[in-house]
Design a binder for this molecule. Structure first.
Ligand code: SF4
Length: 173
């Protein structure tokens, strides 16, 4: 179920570390950043399965941390399970392996994605931060304005919808 997330400003929290690994869920976060920036979700011929707007967002965090002398790297996994809330034991073990050389991990995802990182890193001293805030669940229609571009036509739902709201009419945009 897509979760609507908004980026949080975490640079002040992270600038005191020497190294930060940015771990992102490849499902809801790219979707939300492309919607928020009004940019394509996918351009497979140019960027494969990556969302350029989201990759640029990750780069902007890396650039901001580099100004404070923080070493960064970015990490995600799409196989066998892309949703970070459902990553397998083997995927969780891979986070731990990648995070071994970092003092902190920044999770770009929901609370459940952050829990996955905390669970994977529970036997380490790595500090885990959440870089996005859950606003609500959401819905979008995937559209194909050209053969080379996939966009998302967002249907914002009321904030904190109740079960009954989910069967009602769409909120006005
Ligand atoms: S971990 Fe959160 S952000 Fe990622 S797919 Fe699951 S619900 Fe969406």
């Amino acid at each position: 179920m897509p979760i609507f997330l908004e980026p949080l400003d975490v640079i002040d929290d992270l600038k005191g570390f020497q190294s930060v690994l940015i771990v992102s869920c490849p499902i809801c976060p790219p979707m939300c950043v492309s919607i928020q920036q009004g940019k394509p979700f996918l351009q497979p011929l140019k960027h494969g399965v990556k969302t350029k707007a989201f990759e640029d967002y990750i780069s902007s965090i890396e650039d901001a941390l580099a100004k404070h002398g923080v070493r960064t790297d970015a990490f995600t996994m799409r196989f066998p399970v892309p949703m970070m809330c459902l990553w397998t034991e083997r995927q969780r073990a891979r986070i731990m392996k990648r995070a071994r050389d970092f003092e902190a991990v920044l999770v770009l995802g929901c609370d459940s994605a952050t829990y996955t990182a905390i669970d994977a890193l529970r036997e380490t001293n790595c500090k885990v931060f959440q870089g996005m805030q859950v606003k609500t669940i959401t819905n979008a229609t995937m559209t194909f304005p050209s053969r080379a571009t996939v966009t998302l036509d967002w249907h914002p739902l009321p904030s904190k919808p109740k079960i009954g709201d989910l069967t009602g009419p769409r909120a006005e945009t």
